[in-house]
Every structure is written in C-alpha cells, then in structure tokens.
Write a protein that binds this ligand. Structure first.
Ligand code: WTA
Length: 661
C-alpha cells in the first residue's frame, strides 16, 4: 500500500492525555474554538490584541491591517519596533536575563552555554562591528555561515541595525551565492573560513571568493570571516576582516534601531516553478509576532522547556524557530552544528538525553533515515537512550507518512508526546496548519486544522470551496501578519505567483494540493501543484535544475527534470537528458552521468544533484512539440499503468527513458 492510500484509510486517532490538556496554554478544543471564534468575529481586533500583548513596540501602532493596496497587505504599519530588542533586550531585568538562551553543541560534541545577557552583549558588539564598516538600516547583508551560534548572532546583529539579512544555506554553490548577492544588492557578506559537518572540514570562504570573483558583486564592501577552524583561508586585504579584527575595540552596547513594522527583516531565496529563485521578503512586526506566538501555541512553550529545532538557519525553519521565535519567547534552545548520523545515528537521541530536551522539532526525512539506521543497528536505536525529558515532538517541511509518524510516536515519544505536524512555507513566515498539543486529537499523516486567525481553505480552480473529501488547491482567504510581503525586486511575480486573478487577486495560493477528511475536516497536504520538488524537505525548482543542465552547452542539447517518490527523501530528482553527441551506454553513460551531477552541484549546490539521470535520443513530445512531463513523471516512478503514450510522437524512446545511470 502506498503512503497516500494508507492515509486515505487512516482511522487511528490519538487524543492528548487529560494531564497534557490541563497543563497546556491552549487547553482543549473548546479553547481552540474560542480563539477561532474571536478571529472570525473581529478579525482585526483579534490580531491587534495579540500584537499588543506579544510584541514590544517602541512606537505603538494605531492601524492594524491596511488592505488598500491588496495583495500588498500592511500590518501594524505605523508602529515601530526592533526585532533584536524583542528577542534580547526585553528580557533584561526579568528572570530570563540569566537564563541559558542557547546550548550549542559542535560537530565534535563540545558544548557551550550562552545566557540571554551574554547573547545580547555578543549581538551588540557584532552590530557595532557591522556599523563600523558602514552597514546601516536598509542595507542588505548576505550571510553564508555554518550552523553555529555565530550565525544567529550575525542575523540578530543585522536586525539590531535594521539591515535586511539574506541567509544562504551553506550547501549552495558559488554561482547560487553570486546570483543572490546581485539580486539583493548586498553590501557585506558574513561567512566563516570553514564549516564542520560529520567530522569533515568544508570550505565556505573559498566559495564566497569564487562567487564574488564571478563578477557583478561590486556592491560588496566587506567580507566578515568567522574563524570556525584553525585552518587558514585566503583573505583579501582591505575587503576581508576576521571576526576578531572586526570586533576589536567594539563596545558591547549598541542601541537597537527602531524600524517601521513593515521594514524588511529578511529576504530568503526559495525555489519557485519558473526561472530563478525568488527572494521572499518578510516584514519585521508581523513576522516577529507570529514567530513568538507560534512558539507558545504550537509548541506550548513553558518556562522550563528545552527546545530543539534541528533546521539550519539557511532555511525558513531555522529563521523562525532558531534565530527569532525561541529568543522572542525566552526559551532555552539547543543549536547543533552537525549532521544526525555523526559519529553515529544515535546522535539526536544522545543529545536529547544529554541536554534534557523537552520539545524536539525535525523533518520527516531525518526521521525516516534514522528509522532505517536504528532498525538495522540496535546501538543507535532510541530505546538505548533515556528520552523521558521529551514532552512534545514536531515535524516540518514535507508530508510525514503514517508509518514514520507511528515510529516517531512510539519509539521517540513513547506514546506520551503529541506530534505536531506543522504545514507552512517560506512564504508564510511561520506555522499555518497544525495540531495544538494540548487540544487537537492527532491523526497520523494529517496536519489537522489551521491555527486561529489563519483562514485556510481548499478550493477549485475558480476559487470555490470544495466539500470535505474532495481534493483541491490550498488557499488562505484572508491575509495574516507573517505573510510574504513581496518578492524582492519583482512585485509582478509576487502577484502572479501567489494571488491569481481568476480568484480575485487577493487570495493567497499556497502552491500545494490538499484535501480535508470527511469526518473531522482535517487537512492533509497532497503535495505541490507546481513544478517545485521537495527533496529531503529542501525545495527545488525543476526548471532551475533544467536550466543548470542545459547551461552545460558543450554536452547537453535538451533536458527535462521531474520528481519521483523516494522512500527516504520523499521525492527524488530525476533528469532526462538528450546529449549533443550520441546517446551513451555502459561506462561512458556512468561517467557522463557523474559529470552532469557535478555540474548541477556547481551551478546550484549538491542538494540539487539528480538522483537518476537517463539519456535518450529524444524527449517524449506531443505532436505540437510539448514535452510530456506527466509521462516523464510516470516513467520516473516506474508506474507503467498510467503511461498514456497515445499522443507520443516517437514511442521508440520509451525504453531508453527507462534506463537510469
Ligand atoms: C511542504 C518549509 C506536508 C509543502 C517550512 C510546502 C509540507 C513546502 C509540510 C514549503 C507538512 C511543508 N506537510 N507538506 N507539514 N511542511 N511542506 O518553503 O509542499 O521550504 O509548500 O518551507 O513544503 O517548503 P519551504
């Protein structure tokens, strides 16, 4: 039975225990319903109250929502605040001041603890260093850092000055970096000499140098280099500064710069269905409100919790649930530099035990790979570790199949910890559809119900609601504070991508298909409806990978990329390639496939490397010359039953397309 079929017949329900309900912030479904009713009855009043209660404003707002220029919605826009002050300064003089903000565990297992007071000092000092090098409010700063405390400090320091950060995941290539620097018009790069992952030292600064060397990056005035390891790296005189050099003599006090609520806190690039990655622009006020509030709602965060989100700061999850949310909520959080399988696949369980983690938030891909390893080797099975500190588990980034859900629930949560399966996106800024641990009965594989105030619905192509049990397009009918504000430099693309004219131009189209269960109305996400793939929870555009392949002009004549289901990574990248020369076979095909994979790694990053490469003399096309992507998808997944080849111009190539290298 496939994962999807088993969800369709899913009838296991796990209600929270009475004790969990009793202790929770949102206690029971009646409390959830009451919040939803408040949002329904007085939408603006609901959000205004939350924004007053959860955000520290240096100038209070008087306007809650401005829809006059929809879909360019504005929230709290005459209010002023500083994001870093909301994460750090506000805790000074409270019991949180001396609480541990971050437990950092490095790749090699070294642990350092940093209090809120110390973190404020370090962020302030780094902000002063940025300021001394000319970085100011409104500038863009590109961050290309390992998953270390210094990455969070860099983000917070930018926020402190009102500079807009753009974090690029350390697995992206020099070319990807260069494109983002140019698009954002960044004035500085913050990076490290190397990053440590799984015991290996991987270069970061060398990649930055290569990207800057590709040209067009003249806006960059300074490159700040954190010396993560003792290995030397190339330093360009006048342009490059080590952290030590930049911080020397800087005061550890820096007044936070107040910005308007709509001021762009960050731009984060993500893949879309066409063209280049888009710079998703987020606001300061609305974003911060939701980052803090969802920590309290979704994770039921309590004062004594030790929170651990395993996402890298290069992704939106690492923005909202590492760099901002936990700090705004005054939590103690774990930040881990390395990979889940080093030195062995028991690393996560060992760290949960060592640091007494109580809320653990990770991706289905990580769970699936750890299941496989744990079931193969009892030494790395969660049973070997004391996981009694856990009270809530979370899942993010891709659909979690019920089998993985059940394993996580039993073996990690010991049937005691609710699993919050959180559906959201880079564009939504924070959680959208997920259970509340002290209220919502759980159904494996379902993200259950929208958070209060999030007007999610499922509609047909014309924008009309579909009944429960019928699949359709996931939309959000009203704006919400942490939503994407625009695509950096491309407001047209923003409107076209997310607010289709056919639906009136003001309803947010998520890009996912979904269906609500007939009995409870629970949402289940059925996957992207566009050409975006989700590989190990990483978003990749098929068009982006196709462009990368055909940019190898010496070799490649034509390429088509589709996704296919993969047990471990959710989806896998499958590339169909027509070469300029003859179709290779045997060792020549293997060598060619390797060359093309390396090429994609160089153009985009190793995460985009196609798992399957298939060579054909031609791509399957209709008589009007369109590539038959649907057919390619069924060929890629080995699903012969659905292969309608009746309109295929050249049926002979089907066999060639079946062979993977
Ligand atoms: C998918 C990650 C099913 C979805 C936070 C979405 C999910 C895309 C879930 C966004 C989930 C995310 N269940 N699918 N709980 N969470 N997705 O921008 O297809 O990296 O559109 O944001 O991931 O990916 P992004």
């Amino acid at each position: 039975m496939s994962a999807i079929e088993s969800v369709l017949v899913e009838n296991r329900v796990f209600a929270p225990s009475p004790a969990t309900v009793k202790a929770a912030r949102i206690s029971g479904m009646a409390a959830y319903d009451a919040l939803c009713a408040q949002a329904n009855n007085d939408f603006e009043g609901f959000w205004a109250r939350l924004a007053r209660d959860h955000v520290v404003w240096s100038k209070p707002f008087t306007r809650t929502l401005d829809e006059s220029n929809a879909p360019f919605y504005k929230w709290f826009d005459d209010g002023e605040l500083n994001a870093s002050a909301n994460c750090l300064d506000k805790h000074m003089g409270t019991p949180v001041e001396n609480k541990t903000a971050v437990i950092f565990e490095s790749d090699d297992g070294t642990v350092t603890k940093t209090s809120y007071r110390e973190l404020l000092t370090r962020v302030s000092q780094f902000a002063n260093a940025l300021k001394a090098h000319g970085v100011k409010k409104g500038d863009r700063v590109l961050i290309y850092m390992p998953m270390t405390l210094e990455g969070v400090i860099a983000m917070q320091a930018c926020a402190r000055l009102g500079a807009t950060h753009s974090v690029v995941f350390g697995g992206f290539s020099a070319k990807a970096l260069q494109e983002r620097i140019i698009d954002a018009g960044a004035v500085a790069v913050i990076t490290a000499n190397y990053q440590m992952r799984g015991g290996k030292e991987l270069p970061l600064k060398a990649v930055v140098d290569e990207g800057l060397g590709m040209g067009g990056c003249e806006s960059i005035k300074t490159v700040f280099v954190y010396q993560r390891t003792s290995t030397a790296c190339n330093m360009v005189a006048g342009r490059d500064k080590t952290f030590t050099q930049a911080l020397a003599g800087q005061s550890n006090e820096c007044a936070p710069v107040a910005v308007g609520a709509e001021h762009p806190l960050f731009v984060l690039y993500t893949s879309g269905s066409t063209g280049k990655p888009k710079g998703v622009q987020h606001s300061t006020g609305g974003y911060l409100l939701w980052a803090k509030l969802t920590m309290e709602w979704t994770f039921d965060l309590q004062n004594t919790d030790v929170f651990w989100c395993t996402a890298d700061i290069g992704w939106v999850t690492g923005h909202t649930y590492v760099a901002y949310g936990p700090l705004a909520a005054g939590a103690t959080q774990i930040i881990y530099e390395g990979v889940p399988t080093f030195p062995n696949a028991g690393r996560f369980w060992q760290m949960i035990e060592r640091h007494q983690c109580s809320i653990f938030y990770t991706a289905p891909t990580a769970i699936r790979s750890l299941i496989k390893l744990a079931e193969g080797d009892s030494k790395v099975h969660p049973d070997r570790y004391n996981l009694d500190s856990l009270r809530i588990l979370g899942s993010v980034g891709e659909p979690i199949n019920p089998e993985a859900w059940m394993w996580y629930y039993k073996n990690v949560g010991h049937e005691r910890c609710p699993i919050v399966d959180t559906f959201w996106q880079t564009e939504t800024g924070g959680h959208m559809i997920n259970p509340l641990p002290g209220a919502t009965p759980l159904v494996p594989g379902s993200c259950t119900l929208p958070l209060p105030g999030i007007m999610a619905a499922i509609v047909d192509e014309a924008g009309h609601d579909v009944p429960n049990g019928v699949g359709g397009l996931l939309v959000v009918k009203r704006p919400w504070p942490s939503m994407i504000r625009t695509i950096w430099n491309d407001s047209d693309r923003f409107k076209k991508s997310y607010f289709p004219e056919e639906m009136g131009g003001t309803i947010y189209l998520a890009g996912d298909g979904a269906v609500r269960s007939a009995d409870r109305g629970y949402f289940r996400i059925t996957g992207r409806i566009d050409d975006v793939l989700n590989v190990s929870g990483h978003r990749l555009g098929t068009m982006e990978i196709e462009s990368a392949l055909v940019s190898h002009t010496a070799l490649v004549a034509e390429a088509a990329v589709v996704g296919r289901p993969d047990d471990l990574t959710g989806e896998a990248v499958c590339a169909f390639v027509v070469l300029k020369g003859a179709r290779p076979t045997g060792d020549a095909a293997k060598a060619m496939a390797k060359e093309l994979r390396d090429w994609v790694a160089k153009e985009i990053g190793p995460i985009a490397k196609p798992k399957d490469i298939r060579f054909a003399e031609n791509l399957p096309k209709t008589r009007s010359g369109k590539i038959m992507r649907r057919l390619l998808r069924s060929i890629a997944s080995g699903d012969t039953a659905t292969q309608d080849t009746s309109t295929l111009e050249n049926p002979a190539i089907l066999e060639q397309l079946g062979q993977t290298w």
